[in-house]
Write a protein that binds this ligand. Sequence first.
Ligand SMILES: [Zn+2]
Length: 311
Amino acid sequence: MSEEYPVLVEVESDVYLVRGANRSRFPQANCVLIDDDVLTLIDAGADLQNIKQALSKLGHSVTDIDRIVLSHFHIDHKGYAEIIRREADCEVLCHRLGVEATEKFAGLVKCYGHIRGPYYEAWLRFLKTWAPYSLEDYVVTGSYADGQRIDCGKNYIVAIHAPGHTHDHTCFGINGTDIVYLVDIDLTKFGPWYGNVVSDITRFRQAVEKIIELRPRIGLSSHLVEPVTDGLTERLRAFGNAFDERERRIIENIQDGRDTIDQLAHVPIVYPRLPHKVYLMFERIMVEKHVDQLVQQGRLARENGRLVVVE
Ligand SMILES: [Zn+2]
């Protein structure tokens, strides 16, 4: 790893960002390390070499890890947790709603919601190539709930349940809420992702609001390589505005005659492009969620299998 891309970034005393490979883009992600009496790793989706290198810079090795806390069941977050657990014999905690999907691949598939769907085989091939460890079962040794304080020694973290991205998605306040690990409220240009059956647009909007109300000074994203300090509130707002922006695009496209879910998904609305057919599956789920909501709100109607904008 080159010096231009150090794997370890100090956020404050004892608190570090461990950067993923490939600038922490999916299926890589950052982790947060609390170097304290209870050596705690939050998420385990950075490349194992990066995690090892980061630990070594602090005079530790993988076997020193006492506890892994997982933010949600996604493969780029649970990542190497099971490999590390076997080496370190550490605790592994996840949100109580995420236990099944974290432990069992079948549980994860259920939460993704494309069992026997047309893209399932392609998705499996993608995982076998890019994240083979995610196909194994994991051991979870305990769970946490919203608001729970997890002590590490001098430092502590607080679980901030922020569902929407997934049902179990949890951010973490570090020694209060001045520093918040934002996880997949990730402030990337891509914006919010909600392509699972357990994803929920309304709850995701509320989760972003919940974080804004905490007024954090520093935000740590799972997929940005630098901690965010400048204009954090504005960036959170901009991230949340993507929902409205996507609704607007759906309505415009329907007015232009692309008036089925299939046509809208092929635009595409959420992804900038669809480089792999697996993305179409996620795009379709996200478009469907928007359309269902717009129909419920009376802004769209379904007529003879077509979508119509209600004026
Ligand atoms: Zn995720």
